[in-house]
Design a protein around this ligand. Structure first.
Ligand SMILES: Cc1ncc(COP(=O)(O)O)c(C=O)c1O
Length: 373
């Protein structure tokens, strides 16, 4: 009889899906992790033209088309003044594959991976899939990750630590000083800092910094994607950036697991990155207005909620039974424990939902809060 691999048996299907399955069809869904905007027209056109001309019929280079990798490298120069060689970029099937490549290439069986708790659900699962040992660390009261907590968690067995800013599920943004510290920790302890920056452009009052700006060694690897910035979650196009020796190792995993990212998606991504950035600014402005609306609504309902400075999530502290009560009244939110044991007592709300629906959901949450208190 065949047996399943232990590393796969350790992974369960995301708790987020369970909530969706329990919800009514006409429920207001504040559980979604994707922008409710269309992909910019110029990005779609990039793919359409590539398909119609036959340019996307064949495999591309394993790392991705040279033009897309140039566009990604140019983006890092434009945004952060970072000089990236386009040979040190792999285009991937979304940020998800990029995270997978980075962990597969750097984690030996049993080695530890440190990540935020509550944190994005893939960190724990991909650590198991790489046969590593998850080391979740708790957050500060403002839901940011304390570099000191990461440094304390480092042992002889640590392969990597993951930083995610702006963060899912909290919306928290790490300060420049924190990012400098993460870079120092990666340098001094000689461990990999895997920086997940898929929400890098969705920031409000704060400014996004990458540890890559500050590291003196090549111990920082950055993951990002078109998914959130350009509302392209369905296109499956992300990337990983790192030093050449690291990229060459990650390429071994990518080459055999994926061959190359989907060619039409690569052309769409190139157009998204090199075309007008106005749609991104408009989307971020809308998210900021909704963030304010949600923050006011939750505070008025008497809930404590750290101010999210990026992404499109808020994470209030909620009384026991609150998520079920809200769900019964027709609003889908994700219980905090879906993102790690320290998420207990919190809920994640996504405001990637129309403003009118949000207002309605806030009224329902207000009534639900009164009911469970
Ligand atoms: C923090 C974080 N990283 C990575 C991803 C994966 O993004 P993609 O859709 O590009 O695979 C997500 C998606 O929700 C995310 O929230």
């Amino acid at each position: 009889m065949t047996e399943f691999a232990t590393r796969v048996e350790q992974v369960s299907i995301s708790g987020i899906r369970e909530v969706f399955e329990a919800a009514d069809e006409d429920a207001i869904n504040l559980g979604l992790g994707q922008p409710d905007f269309p992909t910019p027209a110029h990005a779609r056109r990039g793919a359409i033209e590539a398909i119609e001309s036959g340019r996307s019929d064949a495999y591309t280079s394993n790392k991705g088309t040279p033009q897309l990798r140039e566009a990604i490298a140019a983006k890092y120069d434009r945004d952060y003044g970072l000089e990236i060689d386009s040979e040190d970029v792999i285009a991937t099937a979304g940020g998800s594959e990029a995270l997978h490549l980075a962990l597969e290439a750097h984690v030996d069986p049993g080695e530890e991976v440190i990540f935020p708790d509550p944190g994005f659900v893939s960190y724990d699962a991909l650590t198991h899939i790489a046969s590593g040992t998850p080391k979740p660390v708790g957050l500060r009261d403002d839901l940011t990750l304390d570099p000191a907590a990461v440094e304390d968690a480092i042992t002889e067995e640590t392969a990597a630590f993951i930083v995610n800013s702006p963060a899912n599920p909290t919306g928290a943004v790490q300060s420049k000083a924190d990012m400098q510290e993460f870079a120092r920790i990666a340098d001094e302890h000689d461990v990999l800092c895997l920086s997940d920056e898929v929400y890098e452009h969705i920031v409000f009052d704060a400014e996004h910094h990458s540890p890559l700006e500050f590291a003196e060694t090549d111990n920082v690897v950055v993951v990002s994607a078109c998914s959130k910035t350009y509302s392209m979650t369905g296109w499956r196009l992300g990337w990983v950036v790192g030093s050449n020796r690291r990229i060459e190792r990650m390429l071994r995993v990518h080459q055999y697991g994926q061959a190359c990212a989907s060619a039409p998606a690569q052309y769409a991504a190139e157009a998204a990155l090199t075309g007008p950035q106005e749609p991104v600014r408009e989307m971020v402005e809308t998210f900021e207005q909704r963030r304010d609306l949600v923050l006011d609504g939750l505070t008025d309902a008497g809930l404590e909620v750290p101010t999210p400075e990026g992404a499109f999530y808020a994470m209030p502290k909620v009384p026991e039974g609150w998520c079920d009560e809200v769900l019964e009244r027709g609003v889908v939110v994700v219980p905090g424990e879906a993102f790690g044991s320290n998420g207990e007592g919190y809920a994640r709300l996504s405001y990637a939902t129309g403003t009118e629906e949000l207002k309605e959901a806030l009224e329902i949450m207000d009534a639900a809060t009164t009911a469970v208190r």
